[in-house]
Design a protein around this ligand. Structure first.
Ligand code: FE2
Length: 300
């Protein structure tokens, strides 16, 4: 998405090496998708594993930049970018849950590959501008199983199960098998939370994206009704600051501001520094004590 020049000028992301890792991982996924589309039997899953290991290393070094990368939204929710965002969010959630390295790798590689089965669905359905008919939705619902089949012999069974079960829901309302919580691996449940969150906070052609705090509310509703794992959603809510440091937002009061600090108890109401209007640049607003000022949109 092209930003207006005044916003581009303000995109002062601490990019450097973290952005490099992100772009490299995106290239790895794009290559993988391309070879899948061409029907190649030799998928570069080793490169995916390497990219995930890099992510995990980077996450330990610089958590803010790591999460901020996941906020850089694309217009196409089925692109490699969606898979990368889900990977960033899910592995971060896994690290907060203190999963051992081996399980984090299963989670990360599973997240990277979770939608690979979508490549077997006709483009006119996947790219359809507008809501799907019930028949088309049935076709889309075949993607977890298609991905599971596609990865046979290429990755471990644990990783394949993350791919197969990422649309299963704790109350049995998911697909393809209608499993319940105890039958779904923790890694698949983590990917489900990250996938739902990233999907609803990304623009679709038939509806605009939700803001992070609205996405969080939706996760709470989904977990309260039993579909998503309540404990995981709580951790996600507490640990994943919805507006990572450095995010540039537009406030309902008109200012453009940058998130400069979090309120640990209320991650959805960060402390921001005004960037525009220029005359007020540098002014600090603590959103927690200004309940009437809301974040209207993320501009960068
Ligand atoms: Fe999916």
């Amino acid at each position: 998405m092209r930003q207006p020049p005044e916003v581009e000028e303000l995109m002062l992301l601490d990019e450097g090496p973290a952005k490099q890792v992100y772009l490299e991982a995106q290239a790895v996924l794009q290559d993988l998708y391309r070879s899948c589309r061409l029907g190649s039997n030799r998928l570069a899953v080793e490169d995916v594993k390497e990219a995930v290991a890099e992510f995990i290393g980077r996450m330990r070094e610089k958590q803010d930049v790591f999460l901020q990368m996941a906020m850089l939204k694309d217009v196409d929710p089925y692109s490699a970018k969606h898979s990368l965002n889900v990977t960033l969010l899910a592995t971060y959630l896994g690290s907060r849950l203190k999963l051992p390295e081996k399980e984090l790798m299963v989670l990360g590689v599973g997240a990277m590959l979770h939608d690979i089965g979508k490549l077997e669905i006709p483009g006119e359905i996947i790219g359809k501008p507008g809501r799907l008919t019930p028949e088309e939705f049935e076709v889309v619902k075949s993607h977890p199983q298609a991905g599971y089949r596609r990865l046979e012999g290429l990755v471990s069974e644990e990783i394949r199960l993350v791919v197969r079960d990422h649309h299963e829901r704790c109350d049995g309302s998911g697909y393809p098998r209608g499993l319940v919580k105890e039958e779904i691996s923790l890694a698949a449940r983590c990917v489900a939370v990250a996938d739902v969150y990233d999907a609803v906070t990304t623009d679709r052609c038939y509806r605009p994206r939700l803001l992070p705090h609205e996405g969080m509310e939706l996760l709470m509703v989904e977990s309260t009704r039993g579909a998503l794992d309540l404990e995981l959603v709580k951790t996600f809510l507490q640990e994943i600051a919805s507006y990572p440091l450095g995010t540039i937002v537009r406030l309902t009061s008109g200012e453009i501001a940058r998130v400069v600090a979090q309120e640990p108890a209320v991650p959805l109401r960060p402390i921001v520094e005004v960037l525009r209007p220029k005359e007020r640049a540098g002014e600090i607003i603590r959103l927690l004590t200004h309940p009437s000022i809301l974040i209207q949109e993320i501009v960068a």
